[in-house]
Design a binder for this molecule. Structure first.
Ligand SMILES: [Zn+2]
Length: 312
């Protein structure tokens, strides 16, 4: 289970103080909070050193919703919204207006061997019958089954204070520790979805109401759902080990981005205004490059290409 409070509120506060965009409309806030909670759960569930990036590429007013969670559970999230979003806009209208929306999960390792591409899996935002899905949890369950062959049950919820999630996953049968290990033959194991223990636990998880997930602490939720099961409770992650907001943008990276636009493009921006200004969509920090800074970027880039790193 994950229950993000400070980190989630920090993300919302930074967005609200962005004078260009302003606060997220409520349905976007829910969507972004839910994928943030889900990504934190997924990242903490895999042994992997790098960033887990969960993206929704929308074809409605939400063009992009993205959350990035590092192995140490530092995270950041943002959404790009174009146009008005009414109070009760359903998910499909938000991101899947013409059934073209996509959900992508990328695992980007911290250290890559030469030529290594990040691993990415993509699923549509509709079910096997082509019907638009109205819950992000269903999209992600679908993803886990399709790309990881893992039976997954997710309950997600978010409001202006909390982004929370409960993830139930049926682990592969190897290992003595699994609930079904001694009960089921390997043949049965291959038939995903036929495991009575998993199904019982998943059905109980799904009985959790959005309001309960948002309001109740982890202890209470687990007791309410699984009072008949024997539970092994791990120590909760607190302090520095807990999920927390952190943006890894930097002036250097923004500089590289400007260089990648090319000198002509940079010059044309500078012709219109006094400096090139780039705001980080995740944390709201504004980076400004005046004509002298911009010229230096390109000089440095040329020197770097020629193998003479500049001193700046
Ligand atoms: Zn940033």
């Amino acid at each position: 289970m994950v229950r993000l409070t400070d980190s989630w509120q920090e993300i919302l506060r930074r967005r609200a103080s962005n004078t260009e965009h302003g606060a997220y409309p409520a349905p976007v806030q829910s969507l972004l909070g839910e994928i943030t909670a889900a990504a934190a759960l997924m990242q903490s569930n895999i042994k992997f050193d790098g960033a887990l990036v969960l993206q929704i590429f929308g074809d409605g007013p939400v063009k992009l919703a993205v959350t990035e969670v590092q192995s140490d559970l530092s995270l950041r999230s943002t959404a790009t919204v174009l146009g008005e979003v009414a109070e009760n806009t359903p998910l499909s209208h938000l991101v899947n207006a013409s059934n073209q929306g996509r959900c992508a999960i990328t695992l980007d390792p911290k250290t890559k061997f030469p030529g290594q591409q990040p691993y990415q899996g993509v699923v549509p935002l509709f079910d096997d019958n082509g019907q638009p899905l109205e819950r992000i949890s269903e999209v992600l369950e679908h993803y886990m089954l399709q790309s990881e062959q893992l039976d997954t049950t997710l309950v997600l919820a978010a409001n202006g204070h909390v982004a929370a999630g409960l993830l139930i996953q049926r682990l592969p049968l190897e290992g003595e520790g699994n609930l079904a290990g001694s009960m089921v033959s390997r043949d049965n194991e291959d038939q995903i979805g036929l495991n009575e223990h998993y199904n019982r636990i998943a059905i109980l998880a799904k009985s959790l109401k959005v309001d309960e997930l948002l309001r109740l602490d982890v202890e209470t939720v687990l007791r309410r759902l699984y009072w008949e099961e024997s539970l092994t409770r791990f120590e909760p992650l607190v302090g520095e080990a807990a999920p927390r907001f952190q943006c890894n943008c930097s002036r250097e990276r923004v500089g590289k981005m400007i260089v990648s636009l090319g000198q002509d493009e940079a010059a044309s921006i500078l012709a219109e205004r006094n400096d090139i200004e780039v705001g980080c969509e995740f944390c709201g920090v504004q980076y400004r490059f005046d004509p002298v800074d911009a010229a230096q970027l390109f000089t440095d880039a040329v020197q770097l290409q020629q193998g003479h790193p500049g001193t700046h």
